[in-house]
Ligand binder design. Structure first.
Ligand code: PEP
Length: 255
């Protein structure tokens, strides 16, 4: 049974006091209102500088986990200002987002570079949340299915089946991120089913069926239920709505 996951990507928002307040609120409501038997994994992804503090708030043995928003693609060395996977492991973090479209667009990250990050995370026992997704012109040209499958081929297909099953995929159409324009459930399901079949073509259906594929892009408490009801949508990567504890939890309760 693949995991149901709702991960909040706080991006470059919240100072330390605000971040700790948001994290406490989310954790308290999550522990009170969502039982572990609901089978939902909740991941908080604050900025790097808040990770150690938020870590201390997360109770052990619960369904709330800690994630980073990025990592460097080299293990260590002269990369001033960067954060290594080894540093994240020492906190520890449980998950790390890689290949977010904002990283691809503003920091020139390529599928090959993201594969290097993925390898380091897996070697250090941290679950990568691998983001993929197409820009609007690609969707309008109706080449989106092949485009996103190619992102997966180039960043993931060097992995063994065993390692692939440790990866979470987040499909995030760029035209839906932060725009209020959500993909319809039919559009999300079409892409998620396509990506699962793409994985099955290389690794077999049993392996593909084990991979959680999250949807991201203007997901909110009003549309989450319909999106999460899709057969191949296993949860969400949530940006804006993860900054409000109640909204985020309502999304996590939408399965
Ligand atoms: C994101 O950036 O990962 C995201 C899904 O953002 P939003 O929910 O704000 O569209």
């Amino acid at each position: 049974m693949r995991k149901k996951i709702v991960a909040g990507n706080w991006k470059m928002n919240k100072n330390l006091e605000e971040g700790l307040s948001l994290a406490s609120e989310v954790i308290n409501i999550a522990v009170d209102e969502i039982t572990p038997s609901a089978g939902v994994t909740i991941v908080l992804n604050p900025s790097f500088v808040h990770l150690a503090s938020v870590r201390k708030l997360i109770p052990a043995g619960k369904h709330v986990f800690l994630g980073a928003q990025n990592c460097h693609h080299k293990a260590s060395g002269a990369f001033t200002g960067e954060i290594s996977v080894e540093m994240l492991k020492s906190l520890p973090v449980d998950y790390t987002i890689i290949g977010h479209s904002e990283r691809r667009e503003y920091f020139g990250e390529t599928n090959a570079l993201i594969a290097e990050k993925l390898n380091l995370l897996l070697a250090n026992g941290i679950t990568p949340i691998f983001c993929c997704g197409e820009a609007l012109p690609i969707r309008e040209a109706e080449t989106h299915l092949a485009y996103v499958a190619q992102q997966i081929t180039e960043s993931l297909f060097h992995l063994s089946a065993e390692d692939l099953q440790k990866v979470v995929i987040a499909y995030e159409p760029i035209w839906a991120i932060g725009t209020g324009k959500t993909a319809s459930s039919a559009q999300a399901q079409e892409m998620h089913a396509h990506l699962r079949q793409h994985l099955a073509g290389k690794y077999g259906q049993d392996v593909a069926n084990e991979i959680s594929i999250l949807y991201g892009g203007s997901c909110n408490p009003s549309n989450a239920r319909e999106l999460f009801a899709c057969a191949d949508v296993d949860g969400g990567l949530i940006g804006g709505a993860s900054l409000k504890a109640r909204d985020f939890i309502e999304i996590a309760k939408s399965f």
